[in-house]
Design a binder for this molecule. Structure first.
Ligand SMILES: CC(C)=CCC/C(C)=C/CC/C(C)=C/CC/C(C)=C/CC/C(C)=C/CC/C(C)=C/CC/C(C)=C/COP(=O)(O)OP(=O)(O)O
Ligand code: 1GP
Ligand code: MG
Length: 235
């Protein structure tokens, strides 16, 4: 049985599906059978127990690893293969770094499947995203400041994942390269604005794992083309 860390080590490409958005059966089947390494269920608003449980039940019909990215305790559903726990590194508000986490652990310590949890050091950089607004993230970081966040996560906190998050738009290449340079032990996830094969290949050149979200709901064919673009790099 693989540990949580071993599981994420194999991820090159991940689709992120939002329980608060609608996806048809044909589209869900195409996403799950696309050759992606995993489905990450998550979003920064509108998640409920019911819409999360329903999406998990639908994804579970396919043979694909399915992880929940926990953003709201009310929407934690048992049955996922993994639970990814974001900790936002570039916010001045400790609630989004450790505060909510402490409250959750105090309350549910006896029920937490620790071996299935993976902490993610988030660096949130698109000022227009919901996640930036909700977490009061300091999004106007220089490449050096973003890299410092990467060093903190990678070397001081020994987090297994650093997540460079531009949700909604493609990232700044200089910043991505600086964070890449800083992150050695952790797996570097990149997400934001990947709208087709070309973006996917560019992001995969700088990150270990790329996360593709919005385009699934806007243009399925372009979304599916991102899988081949990433896998082609490793042959
Ligand atoms: C089975 C079982 C009992 C499991 C137990 C699991 C459990 C209860 C664990 C508890 C342990 C724990 C430490 C929990 C953490 C609790 C918690 C709520 C922490 C806060 C996490 C956090 C920092 C959230 C902020 C928002 C965020 C970073 C969300 C990540 C997802 C994201 C960025 C989605 C992008 O959203 P999108 O919909 O695309 O929106 P925008 O583009 O507009 O941003
Ligand atoms: O939705 P997009 O912009 O593809 O971003 C993916 C993911 O990083 C969002 O958390
Ligand atoms: Mg988004």
């Amino acid at each position: 049985m693989n540990t949580a860390r071993q599981m994420i080590e194999t991820w090159q490409h991940v689709f992120k599906l939002d329980p608060d958005r609608t996806i048809g059966e044909r589209e869900l089947e195409a996403v799950c059978q696309s050759g992606t390494n995993a489905i990450l269920v998550g979003g920064s608003s509108g998640l409920t127990y019911d819409n999360t449980a329903e999406l998990l039940e639908r994804i579970s019909r396919y043979k694909i690893t399915c992880a929940l990215e926990v953003s709201d305790l009310a929407a934690v559903v048992p049955g996922f293969d993994l639970y990814l726990i974001p900790m936002v590194l570039n916010t001045p508000d400790p609630a989004w770094i450790v505060g909510q986490h402490r409250a959750a652990i105090e309350r549910y310590a006896d029920f937490i499947p620790w071996e299935s949890l993976i902490a993610e050091g988030y660096i949130v950089l698109n000022e227009h995203s919901t996640v930036a607004r909700v977490t009061h993230a300091e999004t106007s970081l220089t490449p050096e400041a973003a890299a410092a966040c990467g060093h903190i996560a990678d070397k001081l906190m020994s987090l297994p994942v650093v997540y460079l998050e531009y949700s909604g738009r493609f990232g700044d290449l200089e910043t991505m390269a600086a964070v890449r340079e800083a992150v050695g032990h952790a797996r570097l996830f990149y997400g934001g604005g990947i709208a087709g094969a070309e973006d996917a290949a560019r992001a995969a050149g700088l990150a270990d794992t790329i996360i593709v979200g919005n385009i699934v709901y806007q243009d399925l064919d372009r979304a599916l083309s991102t899988v081949g673009a990433v896998k082609a790099r490793s042959v």
